[in-house]
Design a protein around this ligand. Structure first.
Ligand code: BG6
Length: 481
């Protein structure tokens, strides 16, 4: 596939070309070396909660094979590897687990040895089960101090080696899925007030952690959190659709980014939730200060971008929420939304994946544009990628659909840089194939194929591996062919 890569000249030479993973989705080794139990260890064992009851007990066995994986990253020429630390490997209650601490030292050292910058996420959804049982996890404000205590252990331990910290991954997704859709632990459904409360506690935990990092005697590094952002485009220019889109953006975009990056919630959305009696938390003056202080000190906005959505007016007797496709059997589009507020409609200008996700590089451009305009902060794209079925043909995986997806998104990001966005890094989700939380092992995202059927968990480089390798080399040398 011959592609024009000249646009890469708009991307700075020190740009961090990366790929990502998360502890529960790759590590395996779920019950050894002193690891405590997380809510995902428990959730995946409850029948019917995940696709074909898949779990991360073994996953890709990254815990034991990290050297092989980092070796492949070096071969690829990766500049940064984003991974998460598992809270339950580091702490068993309040006891520090030396073997867990050592594992991440080893992983970080292995990256550094090969010139790969570790980008560390502190929380990618694997809450200690004991905190869920003790006080309801994210539903209680007790979580804030426990989270900060855990973060402190990580900063104390790794601050000389790690210079990019992502405090929380997609706080909007795990709270929405855990309390609104009921498909993530703890599985509460239609509890909008709980979703908002749990999300609010993530914002407090993020803010307190940022403030701790900035005020502690740590080596200088950068800190932020990563939010999943799905920008909405209005279906038409009619005032009704435009109004619905504004409401969608306030409730599903700025609600998350404002509290993390301004320290306040958007006014209309707050009143909307309040009028519907859904705000069951209060914000003290101290907390307000903490939130605005963190918003001033935070170094970057982390975003995970997968898709956009098209929005239209939804009448009062219109559509409500629907569950999403977890089996990869593409269905015709099903509208969803909040009656009287907005609805998501089919976009005729884009394609859809087998899991009905929208493919839309323009959505990435739009996201970068609005974030830059509103917050004036550097941005790290901590996830972007395509989940697909991959076939092995004569030992090779010809994933040109993935190459096409990534190529178009990188092109969009280069245009955004040209238009003034300060983007520091781009991490493809994911480096190797891994466990997709609800979609099992058949939804593959990696540059490296993993044979989950074989006891060796054989790694195979896909075509996209060689393609990204070439792109990184090209971007660095700025070849003008
Ligand atoms: C993000 C998460 O939501 O999207 C990842 O941070 C996740 O952990 C990725 O795997 C892709 O989602 P899915 O549901 O296709 O695995």
């Amino acid at each position: 596939m011959k592609q024009d890569l000249k646009f890469l000249r708009h991307i700075p030479t020190d740009f961090l070309w990366g790929a990502a993973s998360a502890a529960y989705q790759v590590e395996g080794a779920y019950n050894i070396d002193g690891k405590d139990v997380s809510i995902w260890d428990e959730w995946t064992k409850l029948p019917g909660k995940t696709f074909q009851n898949t779990n991360g007990d073994i996953a890709t066995d990254h815990y034991h094979r990290y050297k092989e994986d980092v070796g492949l990253m070096k071969e690829m020429g990766l500049k940064t590897y984003r991974f998460s630390i598992s809270w339950t490997r580091i702490l068993n209650g309040t006891e520090i687990n030396p073997k867990g601490i050592l594992f991440y030292h080893n992983l970080i050292d292995e990256c550094l040895k090969h010139g790969i910058e570790p980008m560390v996420t502190l929380y990618h959804w694997d809450l200690p089960k004991r905190l869920q049982d003790q006080y309801g996890g994210w539903l209680s404000d007790q979580i804030v101090d426990d989270f900060v205590a855990y973060a402190k252990v990580c900063f104390d331990e790794y601050h000389t080696k790690v210079k990019k910290w992502i405090v929380i991954n997609e706080p909007n997704i795990f709270t929405h899925q855990g309390y609104e859709l009921g498909v993530h632990p703890p599985g509460h459904k239609d509890k909008t007030d709980e979703y908002l409360k749990a999300f609010h506690h993530t914002a407090l935990a993020h803010a307190k952690t940022v403030n701790l990092y900035k005020s502690g005697s740590y080596e200088k590094g950068m800190i932020g959190s990563s939010i999943a952002l799905t920008p909405g485009f209005s279906q038409t220019d009619s005032p009704k659709d435009l109004e619905a889109t504004k409401r969608y953006m306030d409730l599903n975009f700025y609600w998350f980014t404002d509290i993390y990056y301004k320290g306040t919630y958007p006014k209309w959305a707050f009143e909307y939730y309040q009028n519907n009696n859904l705000i069951k938390f209060s914000i003290s003056d101290d907390q307000k200060m903490m939130l605005t202080q963190a918003a001033k000190e935070v170094d970057f906005i982390g975003i995970n971008y997968y898709q956009s959505t098209m929005i239209a007016h939804n009448p009062l007797d219109g559509v409500g929420q629907v569950l999403f496709n977890t089996d990869g059997k593409k269905t015709s589009f099903v509208e969803s939304g909040i009656p009287g507020v907005y609805k998501n409609v089919e976009n005729p200008n884009v394609t859809y994946t087998n899991w009905n996700w929208v493919v839309d590089p323009d959505g990435l451009k739009e996201t970068l544009k609005v974030l830059t305009k509103r917050y004036h902060l550097p941005i790290i794209i901590s996830e972007n990628g395509l989940g697909a079925f991959d076939e092995i043909e004569d030992g090779a995986i010809h994933d040109d659909y993935r190459i096409d997806f990534i190529y178009k998104h990188i092109k969009a990001l280069a245009q955004s840089i040209q238009e003034g966005s300060d983007v520091l890094a781009y991490c493809v989700w994911s480096f190797t194939d891994l466990l997709s939380w609800l979609n099992g092992y058949q939804k593959r995202y990696g540059f490296v194929h993993i044979d989950f059927e074989s006891p060796n968990l054989t790694r195979r480089k896909k075509d996209s591996f060689y393609w990204y390798q070439h792109l990184i080399q090209y971007a660095q040398n700025k070849k003008q062919d």
